[in-house]
Design a protein around this ligand. Structure first.
Ligand code: 5GP
Length: 125
């Protein structure tokens, strides 16, 4: 059930297709709750996307509808991926775009992990 006022989940979105194995990805992590893979158009030396396995359109949808187990499992996976990529010591940025003003392009909730260099100011306005 989508969050009120937002469109329903589109099972044809590109990340749903990656989850179903219909489209390849450069996988870095997979567990019961999350899949992580390299972004196809990286905006930093390391740019990885972490997505929940469940059908959630956005952070609004995920935070409102996912179970406590899914939320904990997903965010533990984000932390695990950052650790596995060696990003903890130098630091990194995690970001989730939400909706039109957030610039969200793919309507399946995802967290971006950026690292591998100093990333500069938070927003380029
Ligand atoms: P958004 O703007 O929705 O937060 O970010 C979507 C991200 O998905 C973009 O950084 C874009 O490069 C990435 N992306 C779009 N299509 C694909 C794809 O088919 N494979 C992979 N690995 N990344 C994709």
């Amino acid at each position: 059930m989508p969050v009120s006022g937002l469109p329903p989940y589109d099972p044809a979105n590109i990340f749903a297709r990656i989850l179903r194995g219909e489209i390849p990805c450069r996988k870095v992590h997979e567990d019961a709750f999350a899949l992580a893979f390299h972004d196809i158009a990286p905006q930093a030396p390391i740019h990885v996307l972490v997505i929940p396995k469940g059908p959630y359109c956005s952070f609004a949808d995920f935070s409102a509808q996912a179970s406590a187990e899914e939320i904990a499992g997903f965010f533990r996976a984000v932390g695990q991926v950052a650790r596995d990529l060696g990003l903890e010591a130098p630091g990194y940025r995690m970001l989730a775009n939400m909706g039109a003003h957030g610039g969200q392009e793919v309507p399946h909730f995802h967290v971006h992990l950026f690292g591998g260099q100093a990333l500069g100011p938070m927003l380029a306005v």
